[in-house]
Design a protein around this ligand. Structure first.
Ligand code: HEM
Length: 281
């Protein structure tokens, strides 16, 4: 099976789109790197950009099953493995760039990973992602049987570790980390609904969007309250104003509402078609 074909060997538009999505950030970052756009700290800047994409692909991977359920679109399952392996590839490259940035001093790398908490967390997340990538092949799925599913459930914990690593290294401004955490929480809200057999109707999806937005605001409030000297109330109130730009909680709410609106539109289509059919009879 090629990266752009399905199991029957037919060209798959969704897999091709996923492949293009997977390689585009790498090509753009490499282009910036080699044309000097990331100077003067090219490696460090590349390390940051690649880290951003590692977490984005990880959150996207976890959002795919909820999206598959919401839109009742089984073909999404075809790209989940590719997106997960892509997240690992970016995380691994991020680690390699870290090693290059410290001039291949592996003893220093080991000491930093042991002594700096945010690097320890990142390292554990990377180890976990390596285990998942190494067992993502068909042969490993067959060999591990039911244990494969159990093993791959750790991906949720790994995403939490990746996000924690993102927060810890963000210093004062955790806006981007909170946006990623919020989208993860939105996806998890829908997953919990599926597990509890709550129907993914547009109304419940609107509720999920509200829950996702509130959880995002709560995480941001808790982080500023516990980890920084910035008054968390002010950050919470900023969610109610667009003067500070759209805050992560508002973006998560809008993404959730957007998904609910598309789901509602999709559900209406067959009804419209039926009405048209009965009108023509
Ligand atoms: C051994 C494993 C890892 C090491 C050594 C590492 C190292 C680093 C370093 C040095 C930074 C920049 C900190 C600074 O400039 O102050 C960073 C940032 C970051 N890392 Fe990692 N990391 C690791 C694993 C991961 C993993 C597994 C992920 C995601 C799944 C990840 C995502 C990120 C993100 C999103 C940033 C922030 C990038 C930005 O500033 O925009 N890292 N990491």
């Amino acid at each position: 099976m090629m990266l752009w074909t399905d199991r029957q060997g037919r060209f798959s538009p969704i897999k091709t789109a996923a492949l293009v999505l997977a390689v585009t950030p790498a090509i753009v970052i490499a282009y910036w790197f080699f044309t000097g756009a990331l100077l003067p700290l090219s490696i460090k800047n590349a390390l940051h950009l690649v880290g951003d994409w590692a977490i984005r692909f990880l959150v996207l991977t976890l959002a795919l099953t909820p999206l598959q359920r919401i839109f009742n679109y089984p073909k999404i399952a075809l790209v989940r493995r590719m997106m997960g392996v892509t997240a690992f590839a970016y995380a691994f490259t991020h680690f390699i760039l870290y090693i290059v940035n410290v001039k291949y001093d592996l003893a220093f790398v080991a000491s930093e990973i042991i002594h700096r908490f945010y690097l320890t967390i990142g390292f554990v997340a990377l180890l976990g992602l390596s285990a998942l990538a190494a067992t993502s092949f068909d042969s490993a799925v067959r060999k591990l049987g039911a244990r494969w599913k159990t093993l791959h459930r750790i991906v949720y914990g790994l995403a939490v570790l990746g996000l924690f690593h993102y927060y810890l290294q963000s210093k004062i401004d955790v806006t981007s980390a909170t946006l990623m955490a919020g989208l993860f929480l939105l996806a998890m809200t829908v997953r919990v609904m599926v597990a509890k057999r709550i129907g993914l109707t547009p109304l419940y999806l609107v509720l999920a969007a509200l829950v996702g937005g509130l959880l995002t605001a709560a995480v941001e409030f808790a982080w500023y309250g516990l980890a920084t000297g910035i008054p968390p109330n002010k950050i919470l109130l900023a969610n109610l104003s667009v003067g500070f730009g759209l805050r992560p909680a508002v973006i998560v709410l809008l993404v959730g509402l957007g998904v609910a609106a598309i789901a509602a539109f999709k559900n209406y289509k067959p009804a419209l078609k039926l009405n048209r059919q009965s009108a023509s009879q």
